[in-house]
Design a protein around this ligand. Structure first.
Ligand SMILES: Nc1ncnc2c1ncn2[C@@H]1O[C@H](COP(=O)(O)OP(=O)(O)O)[C@@H](O)[C@H]1O
Ligand SMILES: [Mg+2]
Length: 253
């Protein structure tokens, strides 16, 4: 079976910095793969390339066997890849529910414009989107906040809302950039359980995360980057005792 995601000989150069260096790896359908590495290792750059926000300098990214090269972020999303951002990006003056519905409108048949103008025939679809969006809020555990302005949510819940909005496009692959950053221990545990729940529903997850407790407890595979290059990959048990990883990364914890 072909891997859901294949990254081949990927490079990304910014002026003066090589953020990703000859990187190749595969992500199996249904797995949770964590990407770890020190600050500046290239993790977010990699997520940006997979999701179409950055063009690779060279190399290929294949999703479901098909190259993503040249696709814009919304086209990558339409193929079935959704993401969240390291820094939360929500519409603060809209309600929690509306933020998720917006993610859904991007996918819906009649689309954003007709929804905005309330064209005939849209009402039913609108109700449908509302119901689905509420159920996504339940999935990530923040349905109680549905009518609150997004800006008023605590950070932990804002991060969960970002996940709900990403899920609204019904992705096969979900890219999470530091979902636990800034969360307390209880919130972190909740986020970890939520991610495992998504995996159980068949969504493949790529997780960029500094919290080693989460990474070690929920990952099937871990990919370790240092200065843009892969220095190790494997299941948590082998990464934990990899001398190169300990030196580059875990050592400074
Ligand atoms: N848009 C950009 N322009 C120039 N350099 C960038 C840009 N984005 C990231 N970089 C550089 O690429 C390297 C990797 O950054 P990043 O992918 O954000 O690392 P990480 O997410 O692992 O902390 C860093 O040296 C960073 O300064
Ligand atoms: Mg980053």
């Amino acid at each position: 079976m072909v891997a859901l995601l294949q990254v081949r000989d990927l490079n990304k150069r910014f002026s003066g910095v090589q953020a990703i260096f000859d990187l190749s790896f595969e992500v199996t359908q249904g797995s949770i793969t964590s990407i770890i590495g020190p600050n500046g290792a290239g993790k977010t750059t990699l997520i940006n390339m997979i999701s179409g926000f950055f063009r690779p300098s060279d190399g290929d990214i294949l999703f479901n066997g098909e190259p993503l090269s040249g696709l814009k972020p919304h086209q990558v999303a339409a193929r079935g890849i959704a993401r969240t951002f390291q820094t939360v990006e929500l519409f603060g003056r809209m309600t929690v529910l509306e933020n998720v519905m917006l993610g859904r409108h991007l996918k819906s048949r009649k689309g954003l414009i007709s929804a905005a103008f309330r064209l005939p025939g849209v009402l039913r679809e609108e109700m449908d989107i509302k119901t689905r969006s509420l159920s996504l809020l339940k999935t990530v555990g923040i349905a109680d906040y549905a009518q609150m302005k997004a800006a008023n949510l605590p950070l932990g819940e804002q991060k969960l809302l970002e996940v709900a909005r990403a899920l609204a496009s019904e992705p096969r692959l979900l890219l999470l950039d530091e979902p636990a950053a800034g969360l307390n221990e209880v919130e972190t545990q909740k986020a970890a359980e939520m991610i495992m729940g998504l995996s159980e529903r068949g969504i493949t997850v790529i997780l960029v995360e500094h919290d080693m407790k989460i990474v070690m407890s929920i990952s099937d595979e871990i990919l370790v980057l240092n200065y843009g290059a892969k220095i190790a990959e494997g299941p948590p048990a082998s990464i934990r005792k990899d001398p190169g990883v300990i030196k580059a990364y875990l050592g400074d914890e």
